[in-house]
Write a protein that binds this ligand. Structure first.
Ligand code: F6R
Length: 260
């Protein structure tokens, strides 16, 4: 799958590929992940939840069913988990991953790494997860979405970048954005355990997927404004191998800039 267009950003490190549809983005990303697993069967794959990567996960399941890829030796590391949240709940990120990927591929349960949402001491759980990531030394490929407020993982806009895994309070915006998975916004947990910006930056390659108009402003800030913790995804400008996979709507504010 080839991108419709490549958009050149000033730092020239971040690649920005623009596609017509979410399906085409998924195909491109699935090809990249499959290729990487074929080259390195014990790949460490960083995963995200939310709507953006779901078409990618569907493609990976298809490829697995077609015998094109095996996850038998892959290890997965999710970005984040709600805290406090029962990992057995379908609303947990672990539940989301089971439903959208894990239950349909040959990934051993023991190879799944996700912070424990039910850990009574969230900070201690964050330290434990960080130690796992540190031992790994960074995932090979990190799949990312982006919040409408520019968050990656659940690193919310703030005054600084946090390096390691930590407990974070979700912003009202994020809780509203995620309310679609729950009966009401009041049921959305108030906190999450998330990889820090530093953990994400340690990935050898980042693939950020964004579709739809409500991501356009965050994408513009992430790519075109000076890196700032007010838009956490902007730290990716310093990543040596970050690729943004966008549809036309998410790239809307970039295109305006090229046309002017
Ligand atoms: C999810 C995560 C979040 C999402 C972001 C976008 O694990 O870390 O950063 O990637 O909130 O969510 P969607 O894709 O649902 O718009």
């Amino acid at each position: 799958m080839r991108a419709l267009e490549e958009y050149t950003v000033e730092n020239k490190t971040t690649r920005v590929l623009i596609f017509d549809t979410a399906e085409e983005i998924a195909e491109f990303a699935a090809d990249a992940v499959t290729y990487a697993i074929r080259r390195k069967p014990h790949l460490a794959l960083g995963l995200a939840t939310g709507s953006s990567p779901v078409p990618l996960y569907r493609k990976l399941i298809e490829k697995h069913r077609a015998g094109e890829v095996s996850f038998a030796r892959v290890k997965t590391y999710n970005l984040d988990e709600y805290w406090l949240m029962d990992p057995a709940s379908p609303l947990s990120f672990r539940g989301f991953m089971r439903e959208n990927l894990f239950d349909h591929i040959d990934l051993p349960e023991a190879s799944v790494h996700i912070p424990a949402g039910d850990a009574p001491d969230g900070e201690a759980e964050a330290v434990r997860y960080e130690a796992e990531l540190a031992e790994l030394g960074g995932v090979d490929i990190q799949i990312l979405g982006i919040g409408s407020d520019g968050h990656i993982g659940f690193n919310e806009p703030g005054e600084r970048f946090v390096y390691g895994t930590h407990v974070t309070a979700l912003t009202e915006q994020t809780r509203r954005d995620n309310a679609r998975f729950f009966n009401s916004v009041d049921e959305v947990p108030t906190h999450a355990i998330t990889m820090g910006a530093g953990d994400i930056m340690r990935a050898k390659k980042c693939l950020l997927i964004a579709t739809g108009k409500n991501k356009a402003e965050a994408i513009r800030k992430a790519l075109l404004e000076d890196p700032t913790p007010a838009c956490q995804a902007s730290i990716l400008q310093f990543h040596p191998n970050a690729v943004f996979l966008l549809d036309r709507e998410a790239a809307g504010e970039l295109e305006m800039k090229t046309e002017n």
